[in-house]
Write a protein that binds this ligand. Sequence first.
Ligand code: TRP
Ligand code: ZN
Length: 884
Amino acid sequence: MDIARTPSTPEGNPEMADAAREPKAPATIRREDYRPFAWLVPEVSLDFDLGLESTKVVATLTVRRNPNAEASPTIRLNGDALVPVRVKVDGEATTSWAMDDDDLLVSLPGDAHQIEVTTHINPTENTALMGLFASNGMLCTQCEAEGFRRITFFPDRPDVLSTYRVRMSGPTALFPVLLSNGNLESEGEGEGGTHWAEWHDPWPKPSYLFALVAGDLIANSDTFTTMSGREVALNIWVRESDEGRTGHAMESLKKSMRWDEEVFGREYDLDLFNIVAVSDFNMGAMENKGLNVFNTKYVLADEDTATDGDFDGVEGVIAHEYFHNWSGNRVTCRDWFQLSLKEGFTVLRDQLFSQDMGSAPVKRIEDVRVLRGAQFPEDSGPLAHPIRPDSYREISNFYTATIYNKGAEVIRMMRTMAGEEAFRKGTDLYFDRHDGEAATCEDFVKAMEDGAGLDLEQFRWWYSQAGTPKVTVRLEHEGDTATLHLAQDVPPTPGQPKKQPMPIPLKLALFDRESAQHHGEQLVVLNKAEDSLSFTGFAKRPVLSINRGFSAPVSIERDIAQDDLVFLAAHDDDPFARYEALQDLVVGHLKTVVSGELDNTARDHARSAITSAIASVLADEALDDLMRGELLILPSETYLAETMLIADPGRIHAERQALRTHIGKALESEFVDLHERASSVPYSLSAEARGARKVKTQALIYLGAGNPERAADLAAAQYDAADNMTDRQGALLVLCGLQGVERTNKLIDFYNRYQGNALVVDKWFALQAGSMHPSALAHVKALADHPDFTMKNPNRVRSLYMAFAYNPHAFHAEDGEGYRLIADVILALDPINPQTAARFVPQLGRWRRIEPGRSALMRKQLERIAAAPGLSRDTHEQVSRSLD
Ligand code: TRP
Ligand code: ZN
């Protein structure tokens, strides 16, 4: 007979006490401590009796000893706040188990057994949105990284691969659709208005890729024929009222499937591919095998409710999750230290895909902007870590811009050094060698060496060293020789005081000043602390264009004349380098004004140099508007702060705005003309029309600084005439930063128009929280009391408070009110959703790089959080690392 245990006495058999007293899992997990798991779990069968408030789970695991691991008399099954209601071994109830903190230890005498464990969970109470949770009346899972242990006891680690059979049953009216990984094998009616379904996934997978969805959903269905001629059924599941907004996601999915065949030779491997959109989700989306789960933000799009940026977001995330089917699922990670193996590689793959689908140079510039805005600050602060970390306390804190975006840059460098063809040989070998395995970053590098023919011995430092390398560049000219002096410095980061030089691939070109031509681009790999290179045949001093295409994720310090930057901003044939020259011109200028090192004459000279560079961007007919819009974007306040050792956010904001005002005034009629020209282009998704919308709002932004009244009129007119969200949101963004009645009118109109559409109401919150308006902080406080605001929905929390925390002038209010507000948010959110709460900490963690007055106030708030009782592991780790 089974022994049913009550939740209050889960202590198991006293004979197991010794096992229970084995050393506890250390608070800090270290990469060097990796050991293979003692048991293999070839088969898992899960039986769910579904209910919103109470779901019963019976898990049956087939286990046998792992011949390649140290033997153990017990098996450790991870749990997270679970109670083992019943435990059986080989079909018999047993008392040979014990709890060790949250884990269940079961003693196993033989080499092969079957374990059955029953648990009960409450999805409605699950506000952390990890494990099985309720969202909008549906049930949904999120298991990466360690959510499966909130559903049932299991070796919840990515190197344990099993095939899954899932049976679920529940009330038909509540859950008409029942989905899991793999293929639907059978379904039927049950008793009392219930039904059931049985799913089987033939591909062995780790527990983090398990998924289950039950709810009232309808599908946009289509098919895709793979390169070997297999037909795959595609479904995008949403709530009924959202079906009309799934077309773009479906097109993106089919394009992704084709592209991965053509560019990486990767074919889909099941007859079915399901995507489900949920409105409560901690991140963008999740690549569960055959059943991707998405934040609605990355599925739903139509012209009335989604901007051009949102359309790109959907396309990019659909691609990203789909590409994980090979880079992540077929080849997965040995342990979570290898996270960048799947994430860095998959980000690179989605970036290359988006480059191919739209404007490649513009996509590259956008990706670099994200890297510099999010990853560079991370790499220079207290949370800096290598793309393959050595230790962590809470793995959720390591889903970072470093793992994802720097990880992608590191693989992109290998591709640059190998060339596209050899790179493909490397990835082919990698997939071939490690298909069906849980692999390491080292495996990837080795496959690149063997397949692409690269020597990556020194390159491996990119995996183990944190910090953004600084490359100093100086060009000397004498006679007919130009000599390039390069030096690299990898700055110290927490736990890594001394660094080794790394191979840094730099694409460069030397321009002849008169003809504005160069003799071809070269790739130079700087692999020493210092090096010099000579180029002959230059009677006159050439102009150097370096790190073209952003060939290496480094910061370049170049000793270059302002005139040369103006030259490159006008003539460089590499679009990224051209953008970069203009950025450098602005960054260089703002750095000196902010530091107070510039007299008025020099300031006026620099301002007019920048203004004329912008004027040529406006006049250049060879530029398309997408690229023109890109060139018009001033470097962000965050990036400017990053280029300074100690930043004064108040001064940076004031000087950047002053420059924008200067340009807006000087080029007022040009911006008005541009706005008018662009306004006549009708709506479509063509590059031309998208470009027109981009420059239209850029023009309004400059006019908003140069002539606010005129900008308000034009923005109000753009808002009223808008037949799409890009124009409407762009106009409202500008109005939000201005004073006056149009601001209020259009905010009210926008809310009334889109009330009830959660994703658009998110925009309404975010526009106000992220605005240039001097009272943005007060607006945010008031919006927290709006009936549509809730701490339970991560999209809503991010739309109000992330937008605010990343709005420098508001967050860095001189009296510290912004810091206090974010600390309050962290403390209030931590018990509800620790993962999301912890994501606010890095902004406060920047205190060492901020001027002394504000710095002390930031630190004070971190200390207040640290002192709070009962902090989650997530928030606690981030706060303590930030204070160390
Ligand atoms: N693996 C997912 C991706 O990058 C992201 C992810 C990791 C995630 N952990 C999550 C999503 C937790 C939601 C919740 O594609
Ligand atoms: Zn991913």
